[in-house]
Design a protein around this ligand. Structure first.
Ligand code: SAM
Length: 332
């Protein structure tokens, strides 16, 4: 998985071949349209207010692909929350030069607001990712055996070998959360992805190209996406040992509904999608279609979950808007 996705020349992501959206291999929340970034912008602005409207509030994004999410956030902040926009600094952590170039093209207008780094550095603000964790390499461990990649004739094939049961199937994700926790000085981590809570599960990888599921990760290597659902419980456990606290866990449907319910209230921005009157909902037909795709339980609303972690936040602070409708926001 590491080689297929991240080999410097042939990897699906590192080569720049990854294509997201209607003409690509799969959809994400970001490719549905600008509404997703606009709603998250409102959540970031609420966090900025909670941190005392500090100058140099940093949004760190990892897995920014072509920079579209950053663009949607910055554009909405500029239009709807000018004071927040003035304090906002955007930081993209992007190890691959070809993706950095693409992001710089998308974000030309906001160049002065953005810095690019190839690894995390200390920050106060929010770390945001959408579908970063599912793209991290995993081990295929079940009971006492692990699947390795070997050769059968000239073809790749899985080879099962005994393994150490204590190994976590997603060490890369655990190392990542340690790194984020070490660099977050004060603020939140918001990670959106598809996965499960509970005991470690026996998962298999999902392989997608041109909106079709492929049978094997050995099909179209370097031209297909390979992902694994996220084991939220082990990430939460590791985050807690690294000094973070759970600020909320819920599905995307409840998360976005909570954010929308705050629009237009107490100094919060007006909803995206045009003149809104008194309605808390986005208005234009296009924004409504986007909203339906993001919220509907049979579309993306249930498939995705949102984990928020916090550091040095007043324990008496109310839950973030996104967790307003979560059953027990801090009790996972
Ligand atoms: C499934 S794509 C998601 C893209 C985008 N966030 C979206 O939702 O449309 C996963 C992205 O994570 C990136 N990625 C994986 N590991 C990374 C890391 N350690 N640092 C930065 N980006 C990483 C990949 O290069 C890829 O662009």
């Amino acid at each position: 998985m590491q080689q297929a996705l991240y080999h410097p020349e042939h990897g699906y992501y590192s080569s720049g071949r990854c294509a997201i959206g209607r003409n690509g291999d799969y959809f994400t929340n970001v490719s549905v349209g600008p509404l997703f970034g606009q709603l998250l912008c409102a959540q970031f602005a609420e966090i900025w207010k909670q941190l005392g409207k500090i100058d140099d509030f940093i949004v760190v994004e990892q897995g920014a692909h072509d920079g579209q999410f950053a663009h949607d956030v910055l554009e909405f902040a500029k239009k709807s929350e000018p004071e927040f926009f003035a304090s906002l600094r955007y930081r993209i952590v992007e190890p691959f030069p070809i993706l950095q170039e693409r992001q710089q093209r998308t974000l030309e207008r906001f160049r002065h607001k953005i810095e690019w780094l190839d690894s995390l550095q200390p920050f106060v603000g929010v770390h945001f990712s959408n579908e970063l964790l599912d793209a991290m390499p995993v081990r295929l461990i079940s009971e006492d055996t692990e699947k390795f990649v070997g050769l059968k004739g000239n073809d790749f094939a899985f080879v099962e070998r005994p393994t150490d049961r204590d190994r976590n199937f997603s060490q890369a994700a655990l190392d990542w959360i340690d790194d984020v926790a070490a660099n977050l000085q004060r603020g939140y981590v918001i990670a959106i992805d598809y996965g499960r809570l509970g005991e470690e599960f026996q998962g298999s990888v999902q392989v997608r190209a041109q909106h079709r599921n492929l049978d094997s990760p050995f099909d179209q290597i370097g031209h297909a996406d390979i992902t694994m659902q996220v084991g939220w419980s082990s990430i939460i456990e590791r985050a807690q040992t690294s000094g973070l606290r759970v600020a909320g866990f819920t599905d995307q449907h409840h998360f976005l509904t909570g954010i929308i319910s705050e629009f237009g209230r107490g100094g919060s921005p007006e909803p995206p999608g045009g003149d809104c009157g008194q309605s808390p909902l986005p208005h234009s037909p296009k924004a409504k279609r986007e909203l339906q795709t993001l919220l509907h339980p049979e579309m993306l609303g249930r498939a995705f979950q949102v984990l928020a972690l916090e550091k040095k936040i007043d324990p008496g602070a109310p839950p973030l808007a996104g967790f307003k409708f979560a059953r027990e926001p801090r009790d996972v």
